[in-house]
Design a protein around this ligand. Structure first.
Ligand code: IPE
Ligand code: IPE
Ligand code: MG
Length: 241
């Protein structure tokens, strides 16, 4: 008798709170920025693994609306890392078939970085193999506030009837309007909080909090987390089948 094949449906959209870069560097007696650089290299490895693992969308939290509170030198170091990341990764992302998008409020970012963000979004706009979304100056509450502002303008101008608003209306105004909701949210570094990430979108996401610091989060670790996802039962408020 042949054994029935176990079919595990993996997550289509994985969102990652890439935490622990600073601790990774500090535990080695090195400057925090070195941890951020090591973290950026992991992004490449994880994104490259996605197509084989059935992950169509991967969204990474790179800089939050609250991260401006860090020292000026850490913030400017991160901004230059983001610029350099786009410049050095653009060609390989294009060749790998990765479509790059950004979410978050761009207005507070400097013009050079914004230009590079626009460039890589346009350059990779026809790619379909994997969708990489980078959350940069992103905060879930800020996103909802910005969305609400646009929605209110549409009401004020008569384009939107307030009586017609449902739970499908607001997501059309969110930065993520073209993305499916995340199925799985992973946070590294042992902290069990979501720090203002994808608040609306994660209503029914599964969460995995792992102790590994982000610069140590290898493809193997990623696969382990994905395989746990395959064994969870998602009920969306209904009952067990
Ligand atoms: C996450 O690593 C990256 C950013 C927030 C930019 P951290 O810098 O928060 O690392 P820890 O939490 O201090 O170790
Ligand atoms: C969340 O990490 C933001 C990013 C990973 C970019 P933080 O390190 O900023 O979050 P808190 O301060 O521990 O909540
Ligand atoms: Mg942190």
């Amino acid at each position: 008798m042949t054994m029935p094949t176990q079919v595990t449906i993996g997550p289509r959209h994985v969102a990652i709170i890439m935490d622990g870069n600073g601790r990774w560097a500090q535990s080695r007696g090195r400057p925090r920025l070195l941890g951020h650089r090591a973290g950026a290299r992991r992004v490449r490895e994880i994104v490259a693994a996605c197509p084989d693992l059935g992950v169509e969308y991967v969204t990474v939290f790179a800089f939050s609306t609250e991260n401006w509170k860090r020292t000026q030198s850490e913030v400017s170091g991160l901004m230059s890392l983001f610029r350099r990341y786009i410049q050095t990764e653009a060609n390989s992302l294009l060749e790998q078939g990765t479509r790059v998008r950004f979410i978050g409020d761009r207005l507070r970012l400097d013009a050079k970085l914004r230009g590079l963000m626009d460039m890589i979004e346009a350059l990779t706009a026809h790619n379909t193999r994997v969708n990489l979304t980078i959350a940069l100056n992103y905060g879930g509450r800020d996103e909802v506030a910005r969305a609400t502002k646009r929605l209110a303008r549409d009401v004020a101008s008569g384009r939107l009837d307030p009586e017609a608003i449902t739970d499908e209306t607001l997501p059309r105004y969110l930065d993520t309007h073209v993305l499916p909701d995340p199925d799985l949210v992973i946070r590294t570094s042992g902290e069990a909080r979501i720090s203002n990430f994808l608040l609306w979108q994660s209503a029914y996401a599964e969460y995995e909090f792992v102790d590994t610091l982000w610069p140590d989060f290898t493809r193997e670790r990623f696969e382990e987390v994905l395989s746990r996802f395959g064994t969870r039962e998602r009920r969306y408020g209904g009952m067990t089948a």
